[in-house]
Design a protein around this ligand. Structure first.
Ligand code: SF4
Length: 354
């Protein structure tokens, strides 16, 4: 039942999926070489590579940019090189996810021949029908086991002699996980110790590094230390604990928790995983809502959590000593982080007294 690899990727396909081996072969054929990276003609390619990364950081998804296929294809390996020079774990995760979401959005509208060819490239043994797909059980389990929604559990699937039936949309969801994994691996690969960035990269690397450190300053350095439960404001901690305990949260609390976690840097996937761990949650609806809050849908506005005064109005404030004079939960998180990591800064003296 494995797919035959008869599909020929067009230039437009490669612009959509520039991580494919065929995209590198295409670039070789048209004479694109990174040796020219300091040449003037390379500037628009570096600019687009840079914008791919900025979009990933700011919006969580890379734009489609299909107007100039050749530029789109060439900018991808350059963006990969830029990320590898920056060497930041958060950036690696963020960029891999943003490119996989771009591919997912595009794949949902593709014919079955292309979806099948891409699935095959990524090692899936699958057969695509009209609106459904069959996937070899081990390939299914490799990715579906990451999701908490009961509909992904094997016991809730039709399993016929080692093949799992799923919708085309579900297959695309699994393909995007595989793309994210594969990109994370590529982006994490260290460059040779003596590798020096070309001069045309310097300004971009400085700008990306500065964007990353702005996030660290703004959110108390979370990108270095990750999510720190002990630093959470008491209101958010209560919501988080209730959700983990399978309790139902009112709408305002769900919005506060999701927007808070996204603003301290958790990915959409991380937040969706948390929310769908409760009974009766629907992953598709949850993901839609979380992506909306993250600014990846609708008005493309990334929401911040409500202020302390709004949370007080809704009876969700559980003020503690670190909340003194705080007007926003994100500021309270920064204080909490400083206490946890033992730093000073804003409110530091008061914290040490407390
Ligand atoms: S003061 Fe603000 S941060 Fe502290 S518990 Fe109340 S709402 Fe949350």
């Amino acid at each position: 039942m494995a797919l035959k690899e008869s599909y020929r990727f067009t230039e437009r396909d490669l612009a959509k999926y520039p991580f494919l081996r065929e995209a590198s072969e295409y670039l070789e054929e048209v004479g694109f070489t990174v040796k020219d990276i300091e040449a003037e003609y390379f500037r628009p390619i570096i600019d687009r590579a840079y914008s791919r990364i900025v979009e990933a950081m700011e919006k969580g998804v890379v734009s489609l940019g299909l107007g100039e296929p050749r530029l789109e294809i060439a900018s991808f390996p350059v963006a990969v090189l830029l990320v590898r020079f920056v060497r930041d774990e958060f950036l690696v995760r963020r960029y891999a996810l943003a490119e996989s979401l771009r591919a997912r959005e595009l794949l949902e509208g593709e014919p079955k021949s292309l979806v099948g060819a891409l699935a095959s490239r990524l090692g899936f043994r699958a057969e695509i029908g009209n609106g459904y797909a069959k996937l070899y059980v081990l390939d299914y389990l490799k990715y579906a086991s990451r999701f908490h929604d009961p509909r992904w559990k094997l016991v809730n699937r039709v399993l016929d002699r080692g093949w799992v039936t799923l919708s085309r949309r579900e297959l695309v969801r699994l393909i995007s996980e595989a793309i994210q994994d594969s990109l994370t691996k590529i982006l994490s690969r260290p460059l040779p110790g003596d590798a020096k960035p070309p001069s045309t990269f310097e300004a971009k690397i400085i700008a990306i590094t500065s964007m990353l450190s702005d996030r660290k300053v703004k959110y108390g350095g979370w990108t270095d230390v990750g999510f720190v439960e002990d630093a959470l404001p008491p209101c958010v901690k209560a919501m988080y604990t209730a959700l983990r305990g399978g309790k139902h949260l009112p709408h305002v609390a769900r919005f506060t928790l999701a927007s808070f976690l996204l603003n301290i840097g958790l990915t959409v996937d991380d937040v969706v995983k948390l929310f769908i761990s409760t009974p009766d949650s629907d992953e598709r609806i949850t993901r839609y809502q979380v992506e909306h809050i993250a600014g990846m849908r609708g008005s493309m506005t990334k929401y911040t959590p409500p202020s302390c005064s709004t949370l007080k109005t809704h009876g969700l404030c559980i003020e503690d000593e670190l909340c003194r004079e705080v007007k926003h939960p994100l500021i309270r998180y920064r204080r909490g982080m400083r206490r946890v990591i033992g730093g000073g800064g804003e409110g530091g003296e008061k914290l040490r007294e407390a």
